[in-house]
Design a protein. Structure first.
Length: 196
């Protein structure tokens, strides 16, 4: 019996800890593919081309939009972000689960285009925790931190549009909740090829 891959959209405001949750998830889940996005933002220290993002110029990004290379795209705090469509389709065809780690506008676009996508919002335990995590990260200027906090507040307003909410107050619990969502989706009868 083979299983069909599912498309998961994971959103969480900067500082909600979705990066850590996903990193742990990839250690314990097999047959799962992380979609690498294209962005016009500058790499942060330690980020690698083709692993964290495809870092592209604004011109190249606009070309990707006009050539329909992106499944969705959005502008976020002054930069473009988008999901290259081909790798996602290829991986789903191979029966892999695909994770898109994207912000709210992109998630809403995906829900329209691919209604069978499963959306998960990773929420911080509180806004205060989120603010202190962002400030302590120390990778952005105060101005960018303030913009990201404002963006985070806006994003949290869309929580109820998501299929699932995972609260990240404990990393272990958040990983286990997200893993449970993925496992349950894979066991849905419509996702299992019932021919023996
Ligand atoms: P960061 O700059 O912190 O890596 O990402 C900023 C925001 O952009 C995060 O909320 C992240 O989830 C989102 N993001 C990353 N890749 C994509 C993408 O391909 N499309 C959209 N819509 N958002 C993305």
């Amino acid at each position: 019996m083979s299983k069909k891959g599912n498309l998961f959209v994971v959103t969480g405001p900067s500082g909600a800890g979705k990066g850590s949750v996903l990193a742990e998830l990839f250690k314990i889940k097999e047959n799962i593919f992380f979609s690498v996005s294209a962005t016009t933002r500058q790499p942060r220290p330690g980020e690698k081309e083709g692993i964290n993002y495809f870092f592209v110029s604004k011109d190249r990004f606009e070309e990707m939009i006009s050539c329909n290379e992106l499944l969705e795209h959005a502008e976020y705090v002054g930069n473009y972000y988008g999901t290259p469509e081909n790798p996602v389709n290829e991986m789903l065809k191979l029966g892999k689960d695909v994770i898109l780690e994207i912000e709210v506008q992109g998630a809403l676009q995906i829900k329209k285009k691919r209604p069978d996508a499963i959306t998960v919002f990773i929420a911080p335990p509180s806004f205060e925790v989120l603010a202190s995590r962002l400030r302590n990260r120390g990778t952005e200027s105060d101005e960018v931190v303030a913009m990201r906090l404002e963006q985070a507040k806006n994003e949290c307003r869309y929580m109820s549009d998501y299929d699932y909410i995972v609260i990240n107050d404990s990393l272990e619990k958040a990983v286990s909740d997200l893993s449970a969502v993925i496992t349950a989706a894979g066991c849905r009868s419509e996702n299992v090829d019932l021919r023996f």
